[in-house]
Design a protein around this ligand. Structure first.
Ligand code: UDP
Length: 245
């Protein structure tokens, strides 16, 4: 076996090479950051939980017909993925107003959007991941118009699937972030992770309480406590929904 080389270390994952140049190994960390890494901490067991949730969701999405980078999960914190050229875009889908949408538009937290909103942010920490206009996205050549169309279509399909899946978990999918990459055949695949770090998830049985209902990274961002319990709760419900399929 060849020595694994670190190819990239992000805020939540480390990527290593494998014997196969087409395959990378992602190691999910317990580290947590928020507000462009100004707030740092650790959520015990997060790496394992997020890897498990992401793996299950990628498997479910593959079965639904969405192509992803997921191959398998050889260890508790490990996911083998296809090596992709990741587009420097954060694709956010929103069903309910929260977070930066409320801050930037004045919409009240919890406003149900008439239709899902797909937004593109520039994945660039130095610039603070700014919201892009279509023209700025093309000006910077971050993706082609065809790729933007394909990504928008895929993001809405993924949203349909995930909304339905989380409904079966008694959870409302408020919003989430996706990343996409190109494989060696220039095919667009869903990449990164889908977890309580990258989604806003509200517990339907506690909807009336704005603190109790939060089952995602907002518990860490807003110091709401019980972060590990919330992530664990999401995993248990995801596993149950997959089993009952
Ligand atoms: N999000 C993410 N990574 C980021 C920014 C946002 O995973 O770098 C997710 C976030 O968890 C939420 C959604 O994308 O589910 C929308 O985030 P928003 O734009 O409201 O930003 P925030 O309030 O997190 O600053």
């Amino acid at each position: 076996m060849s020595v694994q080389t670190k190819v990239y270390e992000g805020k939540a994952k480390i990527l290593y090479t494998t014997d196969d140049p087409e395959i990378l190994l992602a190691d999910f960390k317990d580290d947590a950051t928020a507000f462009n890494a100004q707030k740092r901490g650790s959520i015990q067991g997060k790496g394992n939980i997020n890897n498990s949730i992401s793996s299950k969701l990628f498997q479910q999405l593959e079965a639904y017909g969405i192509k992803t980078h997921y191959i398998d999960s050889p260890g508790p914190n490990q996911m083998r993925v296809k090596a992709l050229k990741i587009l420097p875009l954060e694709v956010v889908v929103r069903n309910i107003a929260a977070g930066s949408l409320c801050k930037q538009t004045g919409l009240a937290l919890g406003t149900v959007l008439k239709q899902p909103l797909v937004e593109f942010y520039y994945k660039n920490d130095e610039l603070g991941d700014p919201l892009l206009t279509g023209d700025r996205l093309f000006l910077l050549e971050l993706a082609t118009p065809e790729q933007v169309d394909t990504i928008t279509h895929l993001a809405l399909q993924i949203n349909n699937f995930l909304c339905d899946f989380f409904r079966r978990c008694d959870i409302t999918l408020v919003d989430f972030k996706l990343e996409f990459g190109l494989d060696s055949q220039q095919q667009l695949l869903l990449a990164d992770e889908i977890s309580p770090d990258t989604c806003r998830l509200w517990d339907n049985s506690a909807q009336s309480d704005p603190n109790l209902r939060v089952l995602d990274k907002d518990r860490f961002r807003q110091d709401l406590g019980n972060v590990e319990n919330a992530y664990q709760e999401v995993l248990q419900r995801v596993l149950k929904a997959v089993e009952s399929n």
